[in-house]
Design a protein around this ligand. Sequence first.
Ligand SMILES: [Zn+2]
Length: 306
Amino acid sequence: MSGDAALRYGLHESLGLYVPCILITVDVEDWFQVENLRSHFPRSIWDSCELRLEGSMDKLLEIFSHHGVKATFFVLGWIARRLPHLVNEIVSQGHEIASHGYGHELCTNLSMDALRKDLYRSKTLLEDISGQQVYGYRAPSFTITQSLVRLLAEQAYHYDSSFNSFSLHGRYGKLDNGWTEEKPGLLKNNRGLYELPVSNFNFLGKVIPWGGGGYFRLFPLSLFNAGVKRILDRCGVFLFYCHPWEFDPEQPRVRGLRPDLGFRHYINIEKNLEKLSSFLTAFSCCSFLNCSSFILEHVYPWPLAK
Ligand SMILES: [Zn+2]
């Protein structure tokens, strides 16, 4: 760990200890709601699809409990409506509930009014079920837009985690100029909204996707871990994302998918749970915080205390 990073993220300076942070985030959606499968599963048939989420969530919650991980779960409103007990189970295990929108509509496809309604509907539903305030939001497929950022501040969301700097993915959105770096891995805009970008690896001026999802499944673990160590050395924080369906090798295999979409969805899914456990073991010296706790520990005065 470099001296600079230690200075920036001296979480336990009073104890003379330095602990880098890993933020584990989970987008809680089921296998048929993934954008890569959209052509086979339009929203109109979602109600007839097999819900398989609970089995994968049980596995994830068990692994997190075993490794002392406190994670942030960005829950889809559509899921929370059908499985409210799942929201309560996540909360009861000490994790943070945040919003993944209601219907998994890409923000880039929604009008301002439709996006406003989607954000409001998901936030109020999750708060009603959990009894807790929802502070965070992640856009489906990282489709951050300027309209989204404006609406999040308007609706009393305190942070967003929808920015993925890998520019070669066709759906990912971009940040506008109105952000300043509070700390490495944490931005703030002039509306008081925080941004926790997905972590990526910068090499020779290029951004290589490194934050999780299909990239975590694709890369050999030793390579992935080496990249995470480099990111932690530079930033002191690593933000990881995954989905419950990535830990469900028995999910129905969709035939007739475009080869690249099928590759992205299924690559190494059968070994992924074990891989995640090995990843958490390899970084057991880190502090596994949820997103709100991370901001709380690094920003003072804490805006959520208002
Ligand atoms: Zn999603």
